[in-house]
Structures are given as structure tokens and as C-alpha cells.
Design a protein around this ligand. Structure first.
Ligand code: ADP
Ligand code: MG
Length: 705
């Protein structure tokens, strides 16, 4: 094989599915519509999500109630139809010589009546239920004995299906038959997609064996090996794409060089409001190193709520300003953008820096001025929401984009910001307060360098978290009164979930009522998403200025809101929040020097998962530990932001369980990119070929989309 000409890709897997034996035009149309299967390649990658063990035959006399399913080989005796209308059913008697089993059908009775053959050998499969003194299976699978199935000894793959497919008799059995037909003619066309040395080193089965055994395993052990191999491959290519991208940025994308530090020095010397923590200093050092290199920075700044990311963001902006470049900060909500603006403006004013704010509710007149000042360079810092990425927003020389709470923005939005400097890409700093488990960070942010603020500012007391039942509300209120008497402020948060918005709003209003009654002399604020942004602002500001003592709110206050004097967070219906959300909410308190508390209120009756969530919250304040539990509980698909990230298109691997495989796959990719970044070595040829194939598939998709 020559190095510079990868073999032409085999077109076999592009063959349209109707040309497969046993499919035909009608079934092909169904597979297209219902499962998005158009080609041989699509079908072979439609992997089963579990397998049923059909290795052994049970005897009717051995059936127990505990069996999830039984497979029995025997003869059909006779049957009868009883009942009328929807109670009509067909009952057939089936025996293997050790006992009698009733087979019951409520549907397709006419079909079975016509097609069942008495005194004929069948294999039946289903969940047995005791019915008086007899065992019975409702709607069993039933197959005539053939040379193929007579011996048992196989695993039945179970595929995801739709109702329509089932109605048309395209069930898992039918699909596995098609897959089998396909596999039989595919052998010669399935090429190895990983370098031989990797396959050997990690004792993986070949690609062809893996594909075959994932669908139709010879044994449990083979199934396991097949899955391990295909998970590895999937994660390998996931990491390859990310790390290759990262490498490209490092080697090929030029970046502005930020060498001057006059403003930074001035700020340090005369305006720093507190001593930076060691962690903040370390992170700023890493950032500054990036900014001097002449390569575009792509860095993730990771730090738990309250760890002090804002000042790090500001000083990073100063590096840009010091070098005649502008900086922007984009936040996911107006409230957050406003908080950032307020915080940064204090610092900016002390240095005479022109800073602006641009959101969806900025007035036209003001907006025009901002557009003009950004374009002529007189506005140095702009803070805003996604209003910033509109085409009309143009900069004189945008040098730095900071994106807060990145997980709420899509990748497309991120890249739109980059394009705001046509000459040279601005540096990018992504900030997130959502601690992410390592495995998730590796895939979600695998193409970024990562900095983490791992310590909280000195003098913070860990927040005390407790669980209280609704019935104890009076004593909770008593505690709140004491805290208010000490001059503290309180958050009281209600869930607001889109599907039941009206109900939730009612909960919030009822809650507000009862708090008003319980605290007649205490000024209250209320805040929810349905309010006008002007009114939200007004309420928020009253609370910030401590004119109101209790903030009754929905989760609109979740991110970023900073009121150091607030020391108690009460979360109502805590069972309705996910772990990371609970942790985010808790992070609103514990920002001052006082002891802070988080009180999780629930009903007496809570589920096992809820109990685990609440116990975790009461046990630890460590965001990373919480994120790990969250990942185990919910699986990676449900973790905020992963869906829209576009990086999580994993079909086989599961980041909650396959962290070890991911680690090894990533190391393998790193080693290869180190020694052979352009994949010129013969042993890496399979990677080159596979990548060109993936690329082609993506181009096809983009044409469709
Ligand atoms: P987050 O990381 O959640 O964005 P912030 O930047 O809002 O955290 O900081 C939380 C609070 O801690 C703010 O009131 C901020 O002024 C304060 N803070 C940040 N860094 C320090 C520090 N090194 N020493 C003392 N207080 C700090
Ligand atoms: Mg913040």
C-alpha cells in the first residue's frame, strides 16, 4: 500500500436498502421513514440496545414466577376462542411433555386462527404468568421449528422500533433477519478502522467480528468484546476530531499578541478590591501565557459558583485593552448580563474605561450609539446577551471574547462571535460555573485548554445544607425570622418548568401569599420570568440594595446573581430540581463572611433518586463530586447543554460508564498526534481512510440539511 493514496472507498455500504434480500420497496420505505435507514451502512449501524438470551430451552415444569422470560420448545395441541367484543381471546394449549402452557391472544385473532397448525412443533417465548394452576403467556412470540432455531443457542437482538413498524410486522426478529442477510454479504467489505498495533495492544476484536457480534453475538463474552471494541472506536474518533482541532488551532491559527500591560499594572497597584486567591493568580498566568504566544487562545475557565471568575474576566479584558483591542462578554440571560455589567463597570470606571451593555431590551437610540462606538473603537468593553452576535454589531478591533455559561450557547453562536474580527480571530475564553465530570469535559470541551479555579476566596464558611419536610414549615419560618433579625436576606425559590408553567406560577403566587402572611412586617420581592424586564430589574435592584429582605422567585435567579448579604436559600419542591440546578441555586448564598444555609423543602414522600440527590447536597459542597453523582443518575444525555453541543453524538459509548475506555482512547489519540500528526505512517492509514469516509458522510448530511 502506498502512503499517499488511500484506497478508494468501497461503495458497498452506500447501496440502497431496498436491494437487500428480504427488504423490497415497501419495507424500504418504512425503514426510511421510521428509522432513517436508507443504505446498507445505515442498517449495519442500527445497533441493538439489548439482547434477549435465547441460548437455552426451559421446561414447562421448571417455570417460575421470577423468570423474566421463558423459551420453550413443544407442540401446539388445540385452541378455542372465548368471549365477545374486546374480551374476545384465543387460547391455545401448548405442551413439551412436562406440563401445559396456555398461549393467549387478544389481537390478530383471525390471523392466528387461520395460520396456527395443530400438532406441530413450535418455539414460544414470553413472560410466563401463573393463571390458577396453569402457566400462561400473553402474546408470546411463536415460531415454527426450523433447522436454524431448533438448537437455541443464540441471543436475540432487540432494536429500537416504532409503533408503525410493529403494526407492519417489522419487529426485532424481522430486523435481525435483514441484518443477518446483510452481514452474510458484508464480510469482505468491512475494513479495519483502527491501526493494527492499537487493536493488538488493547486486545480488541477486529472490526468485522465486532460488528457481527454486536448484532448477533455468539456468546455473552463475544457481545462484551464487540461492544468494548466499538465503544473504543467511537470515542477514539470523537477524541481524534477534538484533539486534531485543538492542534490545528495551536499550530495554524494566528492570534493577536498582547504584550503591553500598563492598565493591568495600574489596576493591580491602585484598584484591586481584594487580594487574589492563589488559584486566580495561577489561572491569570495561564491566560496571559496564551495571550503572548501569537496563537489564538481557546481556553475554558472552570470554577465553582463564587470562586471569583468575574475579576479574572476583567483582568483578561485589560490585557486586550492594553494592546489596542476591544473585549466583549456574552451571557445567556439579561439578568446575568446586567450583573456582569454592574460588576465590571465599577472596575472599569476606576480606570476611565468606556464600557457598554447591549441586550434585547436596549433602546434603539442607545443601541445606535453603541454600534457606532464599537465600530470607531471608542467603546472598549461591551457586555451583553446574544444581541452581541447580530450582524449589525461590528467592532473596530475585537481582540477577546469571553463567553459566560457557555453550555447555554450553541457552537454556531460561538463561531459567529469569532467572525467579528475579519483580520484575525479574537481570543476566546469560555467561563462555566457548572462543574463538569472529567469524562464529560473531555468530550464537551475536548478541543479547549482548561483552567480551573479550585479554591474559594478566604474567609468563606461552607454552606450548611439541610433537608426539611413541608410539615416543618413553621420552624423553618422561625429560623428565617432570626436570620432577618440579624440583618440577613433570604431567597425562596420555586420550580418553574415549561410544561406546567401555569401551575408553577400559581405555586409561586401561593407561596408569596403565605410568606406575606407569615412575615407581615418584612418587605418582600418577587421575581419570575413572566415579568417585564423593567419590573424584574426594579425588584432585583431593591433586593440588591437590601430594601427587601426576602426574594421569592423562580429559577430566573439561578445563574450569576450576586448578593453577598443573602445568607439563606430555601428551595421549595426540591424534588423537582436536578442536582446541578440545586447546586447552582445554593451557590447564590455563602458569598459573604457570614454562615450561610440552604434548606431543601420536600413532601414526606420522595423517590429513591430524589433522596440520593438531597443526601448528596447535604453531604458536600464540592461541585465536581455533585456533578459526578448527577452524571450517574441522569446519564450524559440529560446533562444541561450536552444536547445542543453537537459533540455528543455518541451512539454506543455511554460517558457515565465508559470513562475508562475514553481515557485510553484519548491517550491513544494523543500519542498518534504526537508522533504522526499528518497520518503519514502506513500503520495509521486506517485512520486516514476512515476519517475521509466520516467527512464524506458529513458532507452528504449537510446537503440534506
Ligand atoms: P463566580 O465565579 O461565581 O462568577 P464572582 O466572580 O461573582 O464568582 O465572585 C463571587 C464573590 O466573591 C464576589 O462578591 C467577588 O467580589 C468576591 N471575590 C472574588 N474573588 C475574591 C477574592 N480573591 N477575595 C475576596 N473576595 C473575592
Ligand atoms: Mg459569575
Amino acid at each position: 500500500m502506498s502512503n499517499d493514496s488511500p484506497p478508494v472507498r468501497n461503495q458497498f455500504f452506500d447501496t440502497r436498502i431496498e436491494f437487500l434480500k428480504g427488504v423490497g420497496a415497501q419495507k424500504a420505505a418504512l425503514l426510511n421513514q421510521e428509522l432513517g435507514i436508507f443504505t446498507f451502512g445505515d442498517l449495519i449501524q442500527h445497533y441493538p440496545y439489548r439482547h434477549e438470551d435465547r441460548t437455552i430451552f426451559h421446561r414447562i415444569s421448571d417455570i417460575t414466577e421470577q423468570m423474566p422470560a421463558a423459551q420453550i420448545r413443544g407442540r401446539l395441541r388445540e385452541w378455542s376462542i372465548t368471549g365477545e367484543g374486546h374480551k374476545k381471546r384465543l387460547i391455545a394449549y401448548f405442551t413439551d411433555g412436562t406440563g401445559i402452557l396456555e398461549l393467549v391472544w387478544f389481537q390478530s385473532i383471525a390471523w392466528f386462527e387461520k395460520n396456527l397448525r395443530p400438532n406441530t412443533e413450535y418455539i414460544v417465548y414470553g413472560k410466563p404468568v401463573a393463571f390458577g394452576s396453569r402457566w400462561s403467556i400473553t402474546h408470546p412470540e411463536i415460531d415454527l421449528i426450523t433447522a436454524e432455531n431448533a438448537q437455541g443457542g443464540y441471543f436475540q437482538p432487540v432494536y429500537s422500533l416504532t409503533e408503525k413498524l410493529r403494526r407492519k410486522f417489522v419487529d426485532s426478529k424481522a430486523i435481525s433477519k435483514m441484518v443477518k442477510n446483510l452481514l452474510e454479504i458484508s464480510r469482505a467489505h468491512i475494513h479495519e478502522t483502527l491501526p493494527a498495533n492499537l487493536v493488538q495492544k488493547y486486545r480488541m476484536v477486529s472490526k468485522a467480528d465486532a460488528v457481527w457480534n454486536f448484532h448477533l453475538p455468539q456468546s455473552q463474552a463475544w457481545l462484551h468484546q464487540a461492544q468494548r471494541r466499538l465503544k473504543f472506536e467511537e470515542l477514539f474518533y470523537n477524541q481524534f476530531r477534538l484533539l486534531k482541532n485543538k492542534l490545528l488551532h495551536k499550530t495554524e491559527f494566528p492570534g493577536l499578541v498582547f504584550n503591553n500591560t500598563a492598565l493591568v499594572k495600574e489596576f493591580y497597584a491602585n484598584h484591586l478590591p481584594f487580594n487574589l486567591t492563589g488559584s486566580q493568580v495561577k489561572v491569570l498566568q495561564e491566560i496571559h501565557d496564551d495571550l503572548k504566544k501569537g496563537k489564538q487562545m481557546n481556553r475554558l475557565l472552570h470554577g465553582d459558583v463564587g470562586s471569583g471568575k468575574t475579576i479574572v474576566a476583567f483582568i483578561t479584558m485589560l490585557f486586550a485593552l492594553d494592546n489596542n483591542a476591544q473585549a466583549c462578554l456574552m451571557a445567556p440571560t439579561e439578568i446575568l448580563a446586567d450583573q456582569h455589567y454592574q460588576g465590571l463597570k465599577k472596575f472599569a470606571d476606576s480606570l476611565g474605561i468606556n464600557i457598554g451593555k447591549l441586550t434585547g431590551s436596549t433602546k434603539k437610540k442607545e443601541r445606535d450609539i453603541i454600534h457606532k462606538e464599537l465600530l470607531d473603537g471608542s467603546m472598549q468593553i461591551i457586555v451583553g446577551t446574544h444581541a452581541l452576535i447580530e450582524d449589525i454589531v461590528q467592532f473596530q478591533n475585537l481582540g477577546l471574547c469571553i463567553i459566560d455559561e457557555q453550555h447555554r450557547f450553541g457552537v454556531a453562536q460561538r463561531s459567529k462571535l469569532w467572525a467579528k474580527n475579519a483580520r484575525i480571530n479574537p481570543h476566546i475564553l469560555v467561563m462555566t460555573a457548572t462543574p463538569i465530570p472529567r469524562t464529560l469535559a473531555m468530550t464537551l470541551y475536548g478541543d479547549l485548554d482548561i483552567s480551573a479555579i479550585t479554591e474559594l476566596p478566604a474567609g468563606r464558611k461552607p454552606i450548611k445544607t439541610v433537608h426539611r419536610y413541608d410539615a416543618h414549615r413553621l420552624s423553618v419560618f422561625g429560623f428565617l425570622k432570626e436570620e432577618i433579625a440579624k440583618g440577613r436576606q433570604i431567597y425562596m425559590v420555586y420550580p418553574l418548568i415549561e410544561e406546567s408553567e401555569k401551575m408553577d406560577l400559581k405555586d409561586l403566587m401561593d407561596g408569596f401569599e403565605s410568606v406575606s402572611r407569615a412575615f407581615p412586617d418584612v418587605p418582600l420581592s418577587i421575581l419570575h420570568g413572566k415579568m417585564k424586564s423593567k419590573d424584574k430589574d426594579f425588584e432585583m435592584q431593591r433586593f440588591v440594595r437590601a430594601e427587601t429582605k426576602i426574594m421569592v422567585a423562580t429559577t430566573v435567579i439561578e445563574v450569576g446573581v450576586n448578593v453577598p448579604n443573602a445568607s439563606v436559600m430555601v428551595i421549595e419542591n426540591a424534588e423537582r430540581f436536578g442536582l446541578s440546578q440545586l447546586h447552582q441555586l445554593r451557590g447564590r448564598v455563602g458569598r459573604g463572611a457570614e454562615q450561610s444555609y440552604c434548606i431543601l423543602m420536600t413532601d414526606y414522600k420522595i423517590s429513591k433518586d430524589t433522596r440520593l440527590r438531597i443526601e448528596t447536597m447535604c453531604r458536600t459542597n464540592d461541585g465536581f463530586e455533585i456533578a459526578e453523582v448527577d452524571l450517574q443518575l441522569r446519564g450524559p444525555g440529560d446533562i444541561t447543554g450536552t444536547q445542543q453541543s453537537g459533540l455528543m453524538d455518541l451512539l454506543i459509548a455511554n460517558l457515565a460508564q465508559d470513562g475508562e475506555i475514553l481515557k485510553v482512547a484519548r491517550q491513544s489519540v494523543e500519542a498518534i498526534l504526537n508522533s504522526d500528526p499528518d497520518l503519514d505512517q502506513t500503520e495509521n492509514l486506517p485512520i486516514k481512510v476512515h476519517l475521509s469516509k466520516i467527512k464524506k458522510e458529513q458532507t452528504n448530511w449537510s446537503r440534506i440539511g
